[in-house]
Design a protein around this ligand. Structure first.
Ligand code: BGC
Length: 836
């Protein structure tokens, strides 16, 4: 690519182009005497480019070059087009849509006011860069974009990422990309001023069409419209197959949900229209897909004739590296939903959502989700490239912007916890996953700059106590119109995250041999942690505010003494139990609440939190048919209506960050050394699950872990790749056995200790307030008491202390064996007759 930097300019048509009007077509005809030994096309655009050679679409990338911080980095793709070049006349052509560089991106409310405030972030018109290198035995010929390219418009009449594409097939200039085309009326391109020093080779996997989904239903809505359900919320577009007369238009409207009465509901798209229009040329079967837009959708309303439609799933084509399945159908769907939300939000860069007028690289969302993402897919390419953008934006702006690339015009250009500190967390997560300190070295200036930026804002106590913070964003108890107004003190969140950050920094400096920095960051870390404890923790271990998030942060980030941590764990378990396992955390606490419970020995509570089905909970959206992770716990409320807040999407991965706990604790795999050369396998079965199987492709090869409880027996299987070792902690082993194993397949089978029944859900030992909250069992249990022990004030069970269980009540009232069995049966527990 050095050569691409040296030659070639961006070009654009000389004629006027309307914003979101017709897209420019470019062509250049040239002659070669003999076929070259090799022909390489380097191509990119300010906009979205679709390149052609001699009528053939070049490569399989879509939405190229994707979105980077173009002012600093414009990604160039390189395609081998040797087979397409023939002796004689040839044509290099391209269509360029507005894409992120020119088109509408961002919500105008936060941009400068005025018309077009949310467009032209990088360029006022689409521009093409291409450089075709034809290599012969003794020389290289180069065809590069310059004024010899000719331009016109064609069939693409509108091409907005948010609003959709309009294509009139009658207007396609037939043969425009093949030799001999009559280009009368095409006009020479002009150079578009753009620094070629911004060109960089592609390092991330390109965006591709990854999968196609057939409709699961095509129905007619009450108002008579045709509604197609693809059965899955996704990012991409529809491939349309149609037949009809010339000039008829098929309109494809996309949305994530339907109204309760079955009409398309575009509310979650906000101002993004998400409508594609195709006008037929007539005369046979026509197949069409848009190329310059994408939509976040599950449903489409189709107006006009069509023979067939398919949803084309589009995202960065990263290798899949992580899988998990369990005995619990809803947990598996929750996990699948997180995978689908990742797929929908890795369209070139990590975004918040793929549907509404945002789709931006919000830093906090990927900070929360990155550990899960790095397990599920190989994210080195996409997130490595994004980190380069982050560093570039940070260098230019002096702080990490809240979105990368930044198109909010410096809106909120202050360091923030969970958002800006992704600058430090993400390189560390990538290092831990892939074991390559080069990522730390590359990001080091950005990491240190972030920490220094916060350090200078600390107060005399060492606390991060002023300035804007997102806090525990979207805490379910926050007011509908104030997502950052949750229960947990914003500065507690900020200080806790900063302590995590400073510790990573000290470790990073040590790994990189930056001894002085390491000492500085270690001292800063101690200062921040001590300040946190002084300000927010009682000597005995209560954490200010006593929210689940406050406890989760303090525990997960090692902010407490061992005694305090034990107490805090117990308090967290109590807080969670008292809430009847309703989830009460937002973006900041959700990735940490399950780990904090299991770390402090409250595994049962963690499982109960995971498995609750009523709103709000991890599984509630699953029970409502969700196929992706929702932005809010109650994006669809129990009465079936959509949450009224403007900010309600059905495809936001942040709250799916809890699947990281599934991988580490239910599946049981963690690296003991970055990159998993040494790993720890310690699955922890809990109530409600009797089986889990995990598969993970590490940089050393594939790891498999599985466990299964059958009656009183446990079977564990572990396979690890060559060159690795594992410490295996056998779950619920009577002797708490720990094994050290080398590469290969290992299996264990043993009797479980008495009383260990992970498959059981509620038991006689389940706290009463928990049971009361479980609509699946409580009515039956209450009926048994009414019939057999009417003297028990069972109606007040919800107010019982967490230490009160059915067993303590039955003991207190001297219940007979038959009553005990009846209660057990109501719980779905085996009675003595059925017990083996
Ligand atoms: C986005 C979030 C983001 C937040 C921060 C929202 O509009 O969708 O996920 O992190 O803004 O302000």
């Amino acid at each position: 690519m050095t050569s691409a930097k040296a030659e070639g300019r961006f070009v654009t048509p000389s004629f006027a182009l309307e914003p979101d009007g017709e897209a420019p077509y470019f062509r250049r005809e040239f002659t070669v005497d003999t076929a070259p030994e090799r022909a390489l096309l380097h191509v990119t655009a300010l906009g979205i480019v679709e390149p052609y050679v001699n009528g053939e679409r070049v490569g399989d990338e879509v939405l190229a070059p994707g979105w980077t911080s173009y002012r600093h980095r414009v990604v160039v793709s390189t395609h081998d087009v040797t087979a397409l070049i023939t002796p004689g006349a040839n044509v290099l052509g391209a269509i360029v849509g507005e894409g992120w560089a020119v088109g509408r991106i961002g919500f105008a409310a936060v941009a400068e006011s005025g018309e077009n405030a949310d467009r032209f972030h990088y360029a006022e018109r689409p521009a093409l860069f291409a450089r075709l290198e034809l290599t012969y035995a003794d020389h290289v010929d180069v065809i590069a974009t310059d004024e010899s390219f000719q331009c016109a418009t064609g069939a693409v009449l509108a091409h907005s990422l948010y609003d959709g594409e309009t294509y009139d097939a009658r207007r396609e200039p037939d043969g425009w990309h093949t030799p001999g085309f009559d280009a009368a009326g095409w006009t020479p391109a002009v150079v578009y001023p753009w620094d070629p020093g911004t060109l960089v080779p592609r390092t991330a996997e390109p965006i591709r069409r990854v999968e196609e989904l057939a409709p699961v239903s095509v129905t007619t809505s009450p108002s008579g419209r045709t509604i197609v359900d693809f059965g899955q919320n996704l990012a991409g577009w529809i491939r349309l197959t149609t037949t009809g007369e010339a000039g008829r238009t098929v309109t494809l409207r996309h949305a994530e949900i339907l109204t309760p009465d079955g009409e398309l509901d575009p509310t979650s798209l906000r101002t993004a229209a998400c409508v594609d229009r195709y006008t037929l040329r007539g005369g046979g079967t026509e197949i069409w897909e848009p190329r310059f837009t994408f939509h976040g959708f599950r449903y489409a309303e189709i107006d006009g004739p069509f023979d067939e439609v398919a949803a084309v799933v589009v995202h960065s084509d990263m290798p899949r590296t992580g899988w998990l399945e369990t005995s619990h159908e809803l947990v598996d769907r929750f996990h699948a939903n997180a995978v689908w939300s990742m797929r929908g939000n890795f369209v070139g860069l990590p975004t918040d959502c793929p549907q509404r007028d945002e789709r931006m690289g919000w830093t906090g969302d990927i900070h929360a989700f990155a550990p899960a993402a790095a397990f599920l897919y190989d994210v080195r390419g996409v997130l490595g490239s994004w980190l380069d953008d982050l560093a570039a934006e940070q260098r230019e702006k002096g702080s990490v912007p809240v979105t990368v690339p930044d198109v909010l015009g410096g809106h909120l250009l202050v360091p923030t916890a969970l958002w800006g500190d992704v600058a430090v967390a993400l390189p560390w997560i990538l290092h831990r996953e892939y074991g390559d300190p080069a990522v730390l070295r590359r990001a080091y200036p950005s990491m240190t700059a972030f920490v220094h930026d916060v350090e200078k804002r600390l107060d005399a106590e060492g606390l991060w106590s002023q300035g804007f913070q997102f806090g525990d964003w979207l805490d379910p108890d926050a007011p509908d119109d104030d997502a950052s107004g949750g229960k947990t003190d914003k500065y507690l969140v900020a200080c806790a995250y900063f302590a995590k950050t400073t510790r990573i920094m000290a470790d990073t400096a040590r790994i990189l041999g930056e001894t002085e920095d390491a000492a500085h960051f270690a001292a800063l870390d101690t200062r921040v942690r001590e300040a946190f404890r002084r300000e927010f923790v009682t000597p005995a271990g209560r954490v200010a505010g006593e929210s689940a998030t406050a406890y989760a942060l303090a525990i997960a980030f090692d902010l407490l003494t061992p005694e305090q941590e034990a107490k805090a764990g117990a308090r967290l378990a109590e807080v969670v139990t008292r809430a009847k396992f309703a989830i009460s955390t937002g973006f900041a606490g959700t990735p940490l609440v399950l780990p904090a419970l299991s770390k402090t020995g409250h595994l049962d509570e963690a499982y109960r939190l995971l498995l609750r089905k009523r709103c709000p909970s991890f599984l509630y959206p699953v029970t409502q048919g969700a196929t992706t992770i929702w932005e809010r716990w109650d994006a669809i409320r129990p009465d079936g209506t959509m949450h009224p807040a403007e900010m309600t999407s059905f495809n936001h991965y942040a709250l799916g960050s809890a699947v990281d706990w599934l991988h580490r604790t239910v599946g049981g795999l963690t690296p003991e050394e970055p990159g998993y050369r040494r790993m720890r396998v310690a699955p922890r079965p809990g109530p409600g699950l009797d089986h889990a199987a995990l598969r993970h492709i590490t940089v050393h090869g594939e790891v498999r872990v599985s466990w299964r409880v059958t009656g009183t027996r446990m079977d564990v299987g572990v396979t690890i790749p060559p060159g690795t070792t594992a410490t295996v902690v056998l779950p619920a082993h009577p002797d708490a056995a720990e094994e050290h194993v080398d590469a290969g397949t290992h299996a264990w089978s043993y009797d479980l200790p008495d009383g260990f029944r992970p498959q059981a859900g509620n038991t006689l030992d389940t706290p009463l307030p928990v049971l009361v909250g479980d609509p699946d069992v409580w009515p039956e249990v209450a009926a048994v008491f009414a019939a057999r022990l009417p003297q028990v004030p069972i109606a007040h069970a919800a107010k019982a202390g967490p230490g009160t269980t059915l067993r303590t009540v039955l003991d207190r009232y001297d219940a007979d064996a038959a009553t005990r069995d009846a209660v057990s049966a109501a719980l779905g527990e085996p009675t003595p007759e059925t017990r083996d």
